[in-house]
Every structure is written in C-alpha cells, then in structure tokens.
Design a protein around this ligand. Sequence first.
Ligand code: DX5
Ligand code: ZN
Length: 226
Amino acid sequence: MTVPPPIVAPSILAADFARLAEEVRAIEDAADWLHVDVMDNHFVPNLTIGLPVVQSLRAVTAMPFDVHLMIEDPRRWAPGYADAGAYNVTFHAEASDDPVALAKDLRSAGAKAGLAIDRDTPIEPYLDLLPSFDTLLIMTIKAGFGGQRFIPQLLEKVRTARQHVSAGHLELRIEVDGGIAADTIEQAAAAGADAFVAGTAVYGAADPAEAVRHLRALAERAAPGA
Ligand code: DX5
Ligand code: ZN
C-alpha cells in the first residue's frame, strides 16, 4: 500500500491571535496547508474565529487554507469559506444531515470538500460517501480544544479508511487532527494518514518552521510502503 507524500498543516489555533499574519509567515515556506479551526460555541463549547479573520488572512499569504468547521448548520456557513478562497473546507459529519449535498455545494463554489469524524463517531456509515469528498479528517481527540492528548485507539478508523481508499482507488487525503507531535505522528502515518494537523507541536516550538520540517520527515519515514 502506498500513500501520497505527507501534508503538514499547522493549526493557527495554537498561534498568537494578536500576531496572526506574522505567525503564518513563520511557517509558510515550510508547511503545506494552513489549518484554520472555526468553532461556534454550539457544536463545540469553544469559540474561536470566523469568516472575517479568514478573509483578512487570505490577503496576507498564498498558502492553501484548510478550514475545519466545528459548527452547527454547516450548509448555511460553509460555502462562504469557499467563496473567501479556502482551498479545502471540512465540516463535521455529526453536524450535517446531507453531507453529500454540502460537498457538492463546496465543490461548485471552487473548494475541495472535507468530511470530519469526531472521537465518538464510527467511520463505517460514511465510507460509501467518500467519493464525494477530497479530504477525510479523522479526529484523534475530541474536537473543541487544542493541546489535548492524542488517543491512539482512534487510529483504527484511519486504518479502516486507508483500506477503503486503497481498495476503491479513491483520490482522498486522510487527515488526522489532535495531539499530533513528534512522538505520535509516526503511528498516525503508519496507520495510513497522509495529512497531519499540528497546533501545539508547531506553535509551541522555539522554531515553528523547523518543527514542521521535522514532523514531515517523521511522517515520510513511517508511511506504509516507504
Ligand atoms: C481541535 C482542533 C485542532 C487543534 C489541534 O478541535 O480541531 O485542529 O488545533 O491542536 P493540537 O495539535 O494542539 O492538538
Ligand atoms: Zn482542527
């Protein structure tokens, strides 16, 4: 089984919100995507940032934005992020009654479409929907806060998804989010993930760009078939 070269996506949730443009510049040459966590204080208890911040950031960097919507009613809000120039817009399976329809909306708005699966949600009911998506984000924590401890048991969902993607020859990134760091990224890569969100492990490091490069090297080495 071979997987595409790994993508590393630093999460600005762990950055200094008073210096966001600088914090993005610190990693833009080293990282692949910028992961933007949007939380609405309803789907998750936490409240972060929304569309105006994404629009302002869009103007200061050419990096692809990987927008992770932890919000209710994504059908109403998600296309706005595609219109704002997000590369990929991911919404939660638990928040959507028609994920395929919203994926179509996002693709017609010019973005890639992502489906996120939270800690307590099984992957099996969603496997047949994957041809409608470009990314599958499997939470390796419970969505809502940065800085939580990685839950290795959740990699079973990554293994299931990777098998399904390989067997069906699907073009789909399998992304993991939550607690990804130098001591956990290899097991996630070995399970078949090929996109890695890292907040604390990047922005908590003395040299965030170097942290990104180190994470990518570890993921490359641990990938199946590497
Ligand atoms: C949490 C967010 C994550 C968060 C990850 O719900 O989806 O993207 O920023 O942070 P770390 O890498 O610190 O676990
Ligand atoms: Zn996230």
